[in-house]
Each structure stands twice: as structure tokens, then as C-alpha cells.
Design a binder for this molecule. Structure first.
Ligand SMILES: [Mg+2]
Length: 279
């Protein structure tokens, strides 16, 4: 099926929400290994200006971690899959870590030490990364599923990562919350993401782009690369098969391949390049 192009006037009405890992930047072997280049920062600044501030990065990373990687002080952010939020004015909302999260984090550290895996503690949860040991996926799944039940936490699956988080706001909820406030309420919600962790946000958005996973021998893919325009909301979105070459060099990051306008252009006629193909 060929997907129709998005409307050419989309730029004029978009409130843009962007995932980071796997969407704007390539995955790295460790959470700290990602590379955020100046040209991506320039692009985000440009979009912030073009969209009159209606742009936010919505990530599973802890807010402080996301903030330090992006280093864009006036950009609205959400971390920990929606649990944490920071408006462009920099006022923050963050949960206090619960006793359940503290206990689950201690257990995750012990498990990860036994299996030489990476733990990523967050204010409202804890993640275990197994990108360096993909054969341990089932082992990590079993441990984290058991820990979720023991501690009353939510299990969140992602690309080579499993995370436990305390109940609360998810990515979809935080998109809805931004959309109730100015300047976001003056636009239409559009979310760009790539992973299972983005599905709550897809349901809160009008248009969706699934960014492809780059073919790479270093990072075995757990599912085929797909990308395409679709429709969020309550209806299932449709994907078109499309594979793009991996571009790991700084200077051409994932953000460039999504068809977002190049920094420096004023008012490009189309916010996104339509991705069409056959499935
Ligand atoms: Mg992602």
C-alpha cells in the first residue's frame, strides 16, 4: 500500500514531539555513547523558531541525562517515558523515587553485575541494557518480569533494553499535557518515534513516523526496519517498508534522514519529506 504524503501546510500547524534514541540519533552500545552533533542542535533550534516554540523531545532517558546530551536550555523536554517534564521555561515536574524503585534498582544492579550488563538508574525506575549481549534477552526478560511483579512496577520493553518504572504519566499522557498548554495547544500533535516505548505517544498524536533501524552487524535487529507515515489516535497506524543506509558519521544523523528541514532555511514549505513505499 502506498502511503499518501502529509499535507504541505503541516509546518504551519504542527506541535512537534520527537523521540531521541533511534529517531534523532543512532543507538550506541551504551546509553552514554550516543552522539548529538551541533547540526542536530541547529536543526532543533531552527524548528523551535519556525514552530513558535511548539517542539519538545520526549525520551525514556532520565530528564537530567537528556538535558545534558541535548544541551539546549530553552527546549521543552520530557524524560523517563513521561514521568519527568521540563517546560521551555525550565520549571520541572519529577516524581520522588518510591521504595519499590529503590529496591528494584538494587536488585537490578546485582543481576547486571552477575551478567556484565549495564544498569541505567532513573528517578522513577531502572533500566537494564543488553545491547552488548543480545543472547541474554530471555534471561533479562524473565528477571525484569519477576521484579516487576515483586515490586509492583510497570515493565517497559525497548530496543535491547528492559525497564521497570513506577506507575504514573507515560509518553502519551505527557504529550496530552503539553497539548493543554500554550504554545503547544495552538498546533496539532505530531510525534516521531521508533520503538515500542513510543506507542503511548502515537495514540495521543495525529501523525506518526516510525524511524527505521539501520542495518548493522554491530547491532543485531530484533525486527525488520520499517518507516512510514501513519495515523495515530485510536486507529492502528500503517507502515510502509523502507530501508535506509546507516549514517553513523557526525554530520548526517538520523534527524537528517527523517526529512526535517535543514537548519538555516526560513519557513521551508514542507516540514517533512513524505516517505512512501509499498508494503
Ligand atoms: Mg527511540
Amino acid at each position: 500500500m502506498t502511503l499518501p504524503a502529509p499535507p504541505s501546510a503541516l509546518l504551519e500547524h504542527a506541535s512537534l514531539f520527537l523521540d531521541l534514541d533511534g529517531t534523532l540519533v543512532d543507538f550506541a552500545m551504551t546509553p552514554d555513547g550516543i552522539e548529538v552533533c551541533d547540526n542536530l542542535r541547529g536543526l532543533l533550534r531552527h524548528l523551535q523558531s519556525s514552530l513558535d516554540g511548539r517542539i519538545a523531545v520526549i525520551s525514556g532517558r532520565a530528564l537530567a541525562d537528556l538535558d545534558s546530551h541535548l544541551n539546549l536550555p530553552n527546549l521543552a523536554l520530557s524524560g523517563s517515558h513521561g514521568l519527568e517534564r521540563q517546560r521551555a521555561s525550565r520549571d520541572e515536574e519529577a516524581p520522588l523515587p518510591s521504595q519499590s524503585v529503590i529496591m528494584a534498582t538494587a536488585a537490578a544492579h546485582a543481576f547486571a553485575a552477575d551478567h556484565k550488563l549495564i544498569v541505567e538508574p532513573k528517578p522513577g525506575g531502572v533500566a537494564i541494557h543488553f545491547r552488548g549481549a543480545p543472547a541474554l534477552e530471555d534471561t533479562v526478560d524473565r528477571f525484569m518480569a519477576g521484579s516487576a511483579v515483586r515490586h509492583g512496577l510497570i515493565l517497559q520493553k525497548g530496543s535491547m533494553v528492559r525497564e521497570l518504572r513506577q506507575p504514573g504519566r507515560n509518553k502519551g499522557d505527557v504529550v496530552r499535557q503539553f497539548m493543554q498548554e500554550s504554545p503547544f495547544s495552538e498546533g496539532a500533535p505530531i510525534f516521531l518515534g521508533d520503538d515500542l516505548t513510543d506507542e503511548d505517544a502515537f495514540r495521543a498524536s495525529w501523525l506518526v513516523l516510525i524511524a527505521p533501524r539501520p542495518p548493522s552487524t554491530a547491532f543485531p535487529m530484533s525486527r525488520p526496519s520499517k518507516t512510514g507515515w501513519g495515523r495515530g489516535g485510536d486507529e492502528p497506524f500503517t507502515l510502509a517498508n523502507r530501508k535506509l543506509p546507516s549514517q553513523r558519521a557526525c554530520g548526517r544523523q538520523r534527524g537528517d534522514r527523517l526529512g526535517l528541514p535543514a537548519a538555516g532555511r526560513r519557513r521551508p514549505p514542507l516540514l517533512f519529506t513524505p516517505r512512501t513505499g509499498t508494503a
